[in-house]
Structure formats: structure tokens, C-alpha cells
Design a protein around this ligand. Structure first.
Ligand code: FAD
Length: 322
């Protein structure tokens, strides 16, 4: 029987799996075909889009040290170029860090030597005779401990029975996001890496070519809609993909002045649970009696740093003698 079954291969799942794997047997399970959760990178033949997390940044010293280490190992690198900010609200993040080949590089690196079961959605978990029985449609995993790293709403739907009232009572609102991936044919290189916007249904545009991962005569654009637009439309876009794609594309054309006939829609993707702007009173959760843990960005804040800090905090709770 495995010591720890980690559910989710995003930043929090890969961080806790990597830490625990130094002394215990670990398996990581994810419903997606690829590793990385919300850091996922959409790969198409010779090029790719980061359609989730856009870049890593750090406020916490430990996380900064970790990012620096991964830059030395060439897992991560700086995202250079012109980053335009038309919101004029906050101080611009001075250094933007991305994966060398894709933003899920960080998770791939942490899970390199760890046993993974992908493309496997967990449907139920049960605790019986001091062991966890973790079930998907076709698989059954037995483990001494289980750790869930899903967004809050998905955690509740899988494990309500094992969550104490103080967790169930948390008011966690995860914001949605609609993302459009577009390619531009016969394009000249544009000397802009990203654009942060206000007064538009769009909140962010990134120029994938500026990440210098591939050479192409196409420009690739990742376009995100703002909170109000995403919230209003997230539950409808699946039935009207063409309509929403065109709406977002038209706004992109209006802002950039790029000729519409050169643009091709690659994909529209809806993130129902992008991030939780607020923090909870917990950094992670661990019940030593049944070997049950939770970590994830939503406990601490809206970004990769929060996911990493939550997983690190859970590890220190598990290590503490009961
Ligand atoms: C569009 C977008 C843009 C963002 N931009 C930034 C940014 O620029 N900078 C930044 O720092 N952060 C950004 N974030 C937030 C950042 O991506 C997250 O904070 C971080 O990736 C969360 O990691 P996590 O491991 O906690 O969760 P996740 O990455 O969500 O990992 C959870 C995993 O659980 C899996 N899972 C869920 N249910 C099941 C199930 N039943 N069975 C099996 N597996 C399951 C999922 O497939 C997923 O892989 C962005 C997020 C989005 C969506």
C-alpha cells in the first residue's frame, strides 16, 4: 500500500508530492492528460500557448529562492520585452518568470521521478480500517494517507464527509476566466510581450512569440476576458463557442489594429475556478488521525506562490510529531 496518494498535479500537488517523496512512497493522480493543472501549456505541433497561468512572480523570500533555483537549472527563465500596463493601478511586477518550454515546466520538474496516474478522474474516496480507498472509473488505489489539492469547490464535492465545519464554512469565491487562443498568419514580430487592460471586456493579452520558445511566421496570442465578462458568461460559452470567440476576437482587433482576416481562432477555454482573491484563516489542513490533508492556492491567495506556500505549510504540519 502506498504511503501518500496526492490528488492533483498542479503546483500544490507537485510541491507536496516532491517533498514527501524524499521519505515516503507517493503517487500523484490527475484527471487531465497533462501535468500542471492551471499552469497547463497547450502544445500544437511546433508551437504552444500558456493558456492558464501567465507568469510566476514572488513576494515571499522562500518562493523567490525556489524560483531562482529553478532558473539556474533552466527550468524557468525571465520573460523579457515590453510589458504594457494600461490599468495604471498597481506597481508593475518588475520580474516576470515563465517556464523555459511551457509554464507547466515547474510541475514537470518537481514530478520528474514520481509515480503519476494521469487522465484519471477520482470519483470517490472512502476511509476504512485505517486505509484510504480512492476510486476512479477504472482504477482503485489504496493509500495510508490522502491529500487533495483541487480548487475549493471540487474539494468539497469529492470529500465533504471528511471536511470539518470550519472548512465547510469558509467563504471561498473562485473567479472564472475565459481565454481565447489565436494565431496570426504571415505576421511580423511585434515588440510587445504583454498588455494589461482596463475599460475593455479583455483584461490581458500575451504574445506567445515573445517568450522565445519557438520560431514561427505566425504570431500567437493568448487573450483573457475580465472578471465581469467571465462571470456573466462562463456557464454559457460551451454552447456558443463560435459566438463568444468572435466577440473576444473583435475586441482584440479593436485594441491591436491587427487585420481580422489574418487571424485564426485556435481554441476558447473557460476556467471556472481561476483564483481566489481572498485568503482563508488556514494555510493548509492536516488531520493526523485519519491521514487526510488539503493544500492549494485558494487557502492563501490568488497565485502560484500561494499554491507553493500552502503545500510547504502542509509538509511542515505532516512532519510535526502528533
Ligand atoms: C487563466 C489563469 C491565469 C492565471 N494567471 C496567473 C499568473 O499570471 N500568475 C500566477 O501566479 N497565478 C496565475 N493563475 C493562478 C495559478 O494558476 C494558480 O494559483 C495555481 O496554478 C494553482 O495551483 P494548484 O495546484 O493549487 O491548483 P490546480 O492547478 O488547479 O491543480 C488541481 C489539479 O487537480 C486536478 N483535479 C481536479 N479534480 C480532479 C478529480 N476529481 N480527479 C483528479 N484530478 C482532479 C486538476 O486537473 C488539476 O490538475 C492563473 C490561473 C488561471 C486559471
Amino acid at each position: 500500500m502506498i504511503d501518500y496518494c496526492i490528488l492533483g498535479s498542479g503546483i500544490s500537488g507537485s510541491t507536496i508530492a516532491n517533498l514527501l517523496s524524499k521519505k515516503h512512497s507517493v503517487v500523484v493522480v490527475d484527471k487531465s492528460k497533462g501535468i500542471g493543472g492551471r499552469t497547463s501549456n497547450k502544445r500544437l505541433k511546433t508551437f504552444s500557448f500558456d493558456h492558464g497561468l501567465q507568469y510566476y512572480s514572488s513576494k515571499n523570500k522562500q518562493f523567490e529562492k525556489f524560483l531562482n533555483l529553478l532558473m539556474k537549472k533552466k527550468v524557468l527563465k525571465y520573460w523579457n520585452g515590453n510589458h504594457l500596463d494600461f490599468t495604471f493601478k498597481k506597481k508593475i511586477v518588475s520580474r516576470k518568470i515563465i517556464g523555459t518550454n511551457g509554464n507547466n515546466n515547474l510541475c514537470k520538474f518537481l514530478l520528474n521521478n514520481i509515480n503519476k496516474i494521469l487522465d484519471t478522474e477520482i470519483l470517490s474516496i472512502k476511509y476504512k480500517e485505517k486505509k484510504w480507498i480512492i476510486k476512479s472509473k477504472h482504477k482503485l488505489i489504496l493509500a495510508k494517507n490522502v491529500i487533495i489539492t483541487f480548487p475549493f469547490q471540487q474539494t468539497v464535492s469529492l470529500a465533504k464527509k471528511f471536511l470539518k465545519k470550519n472548512i465547510l464554512d469558509l467563504k471561498v469565491k473562485m473567479e472564472p476566466n475565459l481565454t481565447l487562443l489565436v494565431s496570426e498568419n504571415n505576421a511580423k514580430r511585434i515588440p510587445i510581450s504583454s498588455i494589461k487592460l482596463s475599460n475593455s471586456i479583455l483584461s490581458w493579452i500575451s504574445n506567445e512569440n515573445s517568450k522565445e520558445r519557438f520560431i514561427s511566421n505566425k504570431n500567437l496570442w493568448t487573450i483573457q476576458t475580465n472578471y465581469e465578462f467571465s462571470k456573466k458568461n462562463i456557464n454559457f460559452y460551451k454552447k456558443k463557442r463560435a459566438y463568444y470567440s468572435k466577440l473576444i476576437l473583435n475586441e482584440f482587433v479593436k485594441i491591436t489594429g491587427i487585420e481580422k482576416k489574418k487571424l485564426k481562432i485556435i481554441k476558447i477555454h473557460g476556467w471556472k475556478y481561476s483564483y481566489n482573491r481572498n485568503k482563508t484563516k488556514f494555510k493548509s489542513y492536516w488531520d493526523n488521525n485519519i491521514g487526510f490533508g488539503l493544500c492549494g492556492d485558494w487557502l492563501i491567495g490568488p497565485n502560484a506562490e500561494s499554491a507553493w506556500l500552502s503545500a510547504s505549510n502542509l509538509y511542515s504540519q505532516i512532519k510535526k510529531p502528533a
